[in-house]
Every structure is written in structure tokens, then in C-alpha cells.
Write a protein that binds this ligand. Structure first.
Ligand code: COA
Length: 275
């Protein structure tokens, strides 16, 4: 495992044999609570690895070495108000702070390679909103999810109301947001928000296995799946099907298609290059 350029709130590591990178939110004393800087650094970290051909999948997680309680992220940093240059009494400054947050969540969602949220602990508020901009969720059984914002007089305004309703039904989303309760990983799995539910002691190994699988898979095909799902759900079916049609044509120019089909015909395992 080699360590990359250092950020203040975030750590990037590359796992060469799995062709993946790990972006860890590194604020353990605050249960990885998010400031605008944290979100900006996550977006920048992803940007630095976007065109790195050796990285074909990314894990987003809370730092493994926790100091207080294990957490993916306990949400917005309640001890921080705006940024040093922002006057939060001014509506335009408040609006700008929200513009920045939305921008960072959008940038993270746009990352073109598979992005796995590896949740081992709390994923609350803005932390859960971060989960929503990932492609897959692997959660350990001890993890807890929720939108506690209402208990602080606020609401999930970093895309939460809009992205969660595109994942779960209205009555479930309202329950989560109206009451601010925590939900177990098992409950979230049964609702369909968690892709893989894993025993606590198997978590690290499982995350590595899934990231390595994606890191060695057909990267271009994963890219078009990601974009078809992401945009196809936002347009009428005929437009989505046209999008899929052209995405399919684009993917057939990939060398990995020749490898995948060839390997099947030759009765061997494919060796995808991500090209
Ligand atoms: N922002 C800033 N600091 C936070 C934080 C947040 N969102 N969540 C936790 N922390 C800090 C706590 O202040 C505490 O710091 P301290 O040890 O210096 O006092 C530390 O992280 C550990 O949290 P603590 O509350 O002592 O742990 P706990 O196990 O009793 O409870 C939580 C864990 C996550 C249930 C609880 O911290 C919590 O409810 N946090 C706020 C979650 C939230 O409302 N998020 C949405 C924000 S809009």
C-alpha cells in the first residue's frame, strides 16, 4: 500500500495489487464530521485519481484508525460555522456556503469510476448524504445510519431530501427525516440502501475483496453502467434507452470486450486491462 499526496482532512492510499484507491475521511476526533474543506478535499482527492489508470475503483470511508467511536461520518461539523471568510448572518453568504456544499457532493457523484462507501460505524446526516453519492454501500453490522438533523432544528439539505427519495419510498424517507432516529445496518439493508451487509470481523477483508474485483474488472463497461444508471433515472425511458444505446456502442470499442468474450470462448478467466 503506497501513500499519496497529503491533505489535511482526507487521506489517500493506493492498493496496487487491487488497482484501487482508498480515500479516508481523517477527522477521527470529530467522528469524521464534515466541513466544506473536508468535502472539497474528497472531491479534489477523487480528481487527482480520476485519470490514474492504475486506479480503477475507489473506496470512500472513515479513517480506519479511529480515536473515539468508529464512524464513516457523523455529518456536518456542528462545531464549525461556515468558513473564515463567510458571515453567516448574511443570506448571500449562507447561500454561497450551500452552493459550495452542493457543488462538492455533485462533483463526488460525478466521479466516473466505481465509488464504494465502506461504512463501519456512524453514517449520519451529511455522512449519509455522502453515502448517497456513492455507487455501492458495504456496511458492517455495527454501523448506524440516520438523519438526525431535525433534532438540531435543521434538515438534510446537502442533497439528502432529493437523493434519498430516489432510493427509498416517501413514507420511509419521511420517517427518517421527521423523527431523526438511527437505523441499524440490518434495517438499511432490508430497505435496500445497503448493498452488502457484513459481519464486523469480516468487514476489512470483504471491502478489499469487492474493491479488488472491481479494480480488475472491465473499467469502461463499469463507467457506462454508472452513467446510464445515474442519468437514465432522470429522463423519460425513451431518452434513457437512447443513452444506453450509444453507451453500448461506445463500450464495444473497448479492448476489454475482446478480452472478455475471447476468454469465455477459450474457456479461461479474462484479464481485463481497463482499456
Ligand atoms: N460535529 C462535530 N463534532 C461531532 C459531531 C458532529 N456532527 N458528531 C460527533 N462529534 C464529536 C463530539 O462532539 C465528541 O467530541 P468531544 O469528545 O470532543 O466532546 C466526539 O465527536 C464523540 O462524540 P460523542 O457525542 O461523545 O459520542 P457518542 O458515541 O456519545 O455519540 C453520536 C455519537 C454520533 C450519536 C453523537 O456524537 C451525535 O449525535 N453527533 C451529531 C450527529 C448529527 O447531528 N449529525 C448531523 C449534523 S447536521
Amino acid at each position: 500500500m503506497s501513500e499519496e499526496k497529503k491533505f489535511e482532512h482526507v487521506k489517500i492510499e493506493k492498493v496496487d495489487e487491487g488497482n484501487y484507491a482508498v480515500v479516508s475521511i481523517n477527522r477521527p476526533d470529530k467522528l469524521n464530521a464534515l466541513q466544506n474543506q473536508t468535502l472539497r478535499e474528497i472531491a479534489e482527492a477523487l480528481e487527482t485519481i480520476e485519470i490514474d489508470e492504475k486506479v480503477r475503483c475507489v473506496i470512500l470511508r472513515g479513517v480506519k484508525e479511529y480515536t473515539k467511536k468508529p464512524a464513516f461520518s457523523a455529518g456536518a461539523d456542528l462545531s464549525a460555522r461556515g468558513g473564515p471568510k463567510l458571515n453567516m448572518e448574511n443570506i448571500r453568504h449562507r447561500s454561497h456556503a450551500m452552493y459550495l456544499r452542493h457543488k462538492y457532493y455533485d462533483l463526488i457523484e460525478e466521479f466516473p469510476k466505481p465509488l464504494i462507501a465502506a461504512v463501519d460505524g456512524y453514517a449520519l446526516g451529511g455522512g449519509l448524504e455522502l453515502v448517497l453519492v456513492c455507487d455501492l454501500v458495504i456496511a458492517s453490522k455495527k454501523s448506524e445510519f440516520g438523519f438526525p438533523e431535525i433534532r438540531r432544528g435543521i434538515f438534510p439539505g446537502n442533497g439528502g431530501t432529493q437523493r434519498m427519495i430516489r432510493n427509498l419510498g416517501k413514507m420511509r424517507v419521511n420517517r427518517m427525516m421527521y423523527f431523526g432516529e438511527h437505523f441499524t445496518a440490518e434495517e438499511m439493508y432490508s430497505m435496500g440502501l445497503v448493498s452488502f451487509l457484513v459481519d464486523d470481523d469480516k468487514f476489512e477483508e470483504f471491502v478489499h475483496e469487492k474493491a479488488s474485483w472491481l479494480g480488475n474488472a472491465a473499467t469502461n463497461a463499469l463507467f457506462v453502467i454508472k452513467k446510464c444508471i445515474q442519468y437514465g433515472t432522470q429522463v423519460p425511458l425513451n431518452v434513457g434507452l437512447q443513452f444506453e444505446h450509444w453507451a453500448y456502442a461506445l463500450n464495444t470499442t473497448s479492448k476489454d470486450v475482446i478480452e472478455g468474450v475471447g476468454a469465455f470462448l477459450q474457456k479461461r478467466e479474462p484479464k481485463f486491462q481497463g482499456k
